[in-house]
Write a protein that binds this ligand. Sequence first.
Ligand SMILES: C[S@@+](CC[C@H](N)C(=O)[O-])C[C@H]1O[C@@H](n2cnc3c(N)ncnc32)[C@H](O)[C@@H]1O
Length: 458
Amino acid sequence: MAERRGPARRRSHGRRRIDPARRAAYRTLREVSEHDAYANLVLPEALRGAGVSGRDAAFATELTNGTLRALGSYDLIIEAASGRAPGEFDPPLLDVLRLGAHQALAMRVPDHAAVAASVDLAGVEVGERVTGLVNAVMRKIAARDLPAWTELLSAGEDELGAIAIRTHHPRWIVQAYADLLPADELVAALEANNAPPQTWLTVRPGLAEVDELVAAGAALDPIAPFGARWSGDPSAAPGVREGRVGVQDPGSQLVALALARGDAPAGRWLDLCAGPGGKAALLAGLARERGDELIAAEPQPHRVRLVERALRAYPSPPEVVVADGTAPPWAAGSFARVLADVPCSGLGALRRRPEARWRRDPEDIAALRPLQETLLGSALDLAEPGGLVAYVTCSPHRAETAEVLDAVLAARADAEPVRAELPEAPAATGPDGRVQLWPHRDGTDAMFIALLRKRATG
Ligand SMILES: C[S@@+](CC[C@H](N)C(=O)[O-])C[C@H]1O[C@@H](n2cnc3c(N)ncnc32)[C@H](O)[C@@H]1O
């Protein structure tokens, strides 16, 4: 493939000027580093604000997201090249070097362009005093390619430590994956987190048809019976602006379908943790097709508004209630089906959130456990006898999936596991009847679902 310098660097009157694409990437990285912002929210704003589009926007997106995904590895490389720990750098300077490392090691930017662009960025954003240092460190970084760096840094590491460096993940995530997957799938599973996900659309049942999407160029795929793959800007797809069609990963679609397809009495459906509303929007249509009605609950007002927006295209949209699922405002046994799509670490959606893997740690997972158990307990309380509860996480981590279920089931006699069947991903259902989807196997986010039935008597 031809080399790509990236957007042309600009200089005028002897002053350094940075091209708007690299500046947008830098500004985004600063927001993520300093303010725990989410790159997928900040970058589009930064690009719009700078009027960057087309190829330059694609360059800025790859530069930002790629840098964030491999941040831990780049910090090790910067440390080895400079002799300084990341914490010893001025944070803005560290971000300049991280962006430079990604350009030199993982993008088709020639070394001299990556070095020069980093020197200019440092000169403008940090100060002329650091440009000599940036020049020296960047030259050392660019002197090896990425495989040579990872081999060097892996020396002395055990197998998991070496895989962590090679696949750009913190070691504890590699360990969690190793606990869940056969050894020969481990690297493929981790590498799948480094590829940006495709865009998928889901129709709201009764409001739009998949054929409409196909006629507009979307690609059918058996993994997503209510949706299709879309290339380009999803807001240009039919039905998206009106809310008849939503953007949704097929994994989210499948877990909602597993709840809808299960055997349960007629009656109201509840989405206990509904924000931002993707699954509620699918479930609402599926419920109406059967003459039932969905109620969506969410405690955070700004997310309630997102749920209302997701449901807006339905005539007489389903009720959205501001409610804390740990103290729900309904009597026990009020619902035939309950979705408990609980707050979780999001380790199953690392493809979508480039910075997430470096922000989380095992303590976060432990801290979520009481809320997850309480919400599952509430969901079971709210289900009527014979009713169905779906416990869902966007995380494959055992502490958020099997351990929560086992603890709750051990504590109550009124619930029993039900096998969740997904013909679209038959291998995803384990011998215990619980479903774990994976990006490298199914092309979906790593969603987990277990179905439980409320027994007729406790
Ligand atoms: C994984 S997200 C749900 C995703 C959603 N089902 C969808 O498909 O768009 C978890 C949601 O639970 C909400 N949540 C947090 N604490 C909660 C609580 N105590 N009761 C109910 N929901 C809660 C969060 O605000 C968040 O919107």
